[in-house]
Ligand binder design. Structure first.
Ligand code: HGY
Ligand code: MN
Ligand code: MN
Length: 401
């Protein structure tokens, strides 16, 4: 908890926690975590995309690799547990093994990814995708709201974007990828369980909608003549909500809207908003996006505004590996907790490894299921149970390797 509080102090805003990828706060967090990794017997390195990775060598020269990761970037005004809990718990577990002089027939790398939220650049999971060998160089030229590209931000951060390609391709055999994360939902709390085993991670699509109408004077344009971009966007946003409400376990969210040059006494000519669509089924997520595309175009036609929609980010639904999840469930049971399996509505870095290695995730109960909010909370007791579960999991995995 002391370490989580120290990370919570790393913010680019004076109030609350806002730690965007490659910002000053991210740099402070990377340095903090690097010292904790060193203290815990790991050798930290910062890779070409700004991840900090601590390696704990295994027994045997060609020992396979177990990756334990999560992220240290945050959404604006975030909670102090989303992502960081998984990194700190992994560091605690490895430090405990190091202190006990325990080595495994596999190397362990604890990875603190920097680009999971996608709150600064349009696409996300850039950090974990590099380690999974599926990094798309094109995202280096994505610009943030101030026009600064990832490439420029990486150079300012002290990374060398040119070595991204070399860093990404690793041949090491991976035993698996494990992630510990707060549930960000109410299920474990409703069942009175400290931890749970994730069964699968919902797929997600992120898009941007731009609506262009005719701007003008709020006092002089008669209502029947208006091509009001903001009103059209408002009707579209409610259409997005309505489509998701019509289908069980489909969610769609408009989390951000901007009206460039908007003013109290102007009819808006331009509005842009984001769309986030998720479902356990990739087929139904795609069908929802097709339906929404048709519906929003119909609103645009009726209101005589132009619309441009683009879905730049897609992450397919990701099942967790049965063997690793069963080992994790046994480790949960050894803590005296019945191992419930539950899906993840939130996306995670684990999705990046779906074609690279077996993945498994451990959820930690969080109060009220609240996340992406300063009210996010996980108890020391539950985090302790998660750390003990992780240590027990490592020992079980070693016994089967
Ligand atoms: O969007 C998500 O699900 C995650 O919090 N990045
Ligand atoms: Mn997260
Ligand atoms: Mn998050």
């Amino acid at each position: 908890m002391r370490r989580l509080k120290a990370l919570a102090e790393c913010s680019d805003e004076p109030n609350g926690i806002t730690r965007p990828y490659l910002g000053p706060a991210h740099r402070k967090a990377v340095d903090l975590i690097g010292t904790w990794m060193t203290d815990g017997g790991m050798s930290p390195r910062i890779d070409a995309i700004g991840n900090v990775i601590g390696r704990y060598t295994g027994i045997g020269r060609d020992a396979p690799l177990l990756l334990i990761g999560s992220h240290i970037d945050s959404v604006p005004n975030a909670g102090m547990f989303d992502g960081t809990l998984g990194v700190v718990t992994a560091i605690e577990a490895v430090s405990h093994c190091h202190a006990a002089g325990k080595r495994f027939p596999f190397a362990i790398e604890v990875a603190a990814f920097g680009d999971e939220e996608g709150s600064r650049y349009p696409s996300t999971l850039g950090g974990s995708r590099l380690l999974a060998g599926i990094f798309d160089d094109a995202i280096l030229d994505e610009a943030d709201a101030r026009g600064m590209t990832r490439r420029a931000s990486l150079a300012a951060f002290g990374c060398d974007p040119k070595s991204v390609a070399a860093d990404g391709h690793r041949s090491e055999r991976m035993l698996g990828y494990i992630e510990v994360h707060i549930e960000q939902g109410p299920v474990l709390e409703s069942k009175g369980l400290a931890v749970g085993v994730v069964s699968s991670i919902n797929g997600a699509s992120r898009g941007m909608v731009e609506v262009r109408g005719e701007g003008g004077h709020a006092g002089t344009i008669p209502m029947r003549w208006r091509q009001d971009a903001l009103c059209a966007a408002a009707e579209m946003i409610l259409a997005v909500e309505r489509r998701a409400q019509a289908e069980e376990d489909l969610v769609a969210t408009v989390g951000h809207i901007e009206v460039p040059g908007g003013a109290v006494n102007s009819v808006s000519g331009l509005a842009r908003f984001t769309i986030d669509v998720r479902s356990p089924s990739d087929h139904r997520r795609q069908a929802a996006i097709e339906d929404l595309t048709g519906e929003l175009q119909a609103v645009a036609a009726r209101r005589r505004v132009a619309i441009a929609m683009s879905f730049g980010y897609q992450a397919p639904a990701t099942p967790c590996d049965a063997r690793l999840s069963n080992l994790l469930a046994d480790a949960v049971r050894s803590q005296g907790v019945s191992p419930m399996r539950l899906p993840s509505g939130a996306g995670h870095d684990a999705m990046s490894f779906r074609d690279r290695a077996p993945i498994a995730m451990l959820f930690v109960r969080c109060r009220g299921g609240v996340s992406h909010s300063p009210l996010e909370f996980a108890s020391v007791a539950d985090i302790d149970t998660a750390a003990r579960t992780l240590i027990d999991f490592l020992e079980r995995l070693a016994a089967t390797t």
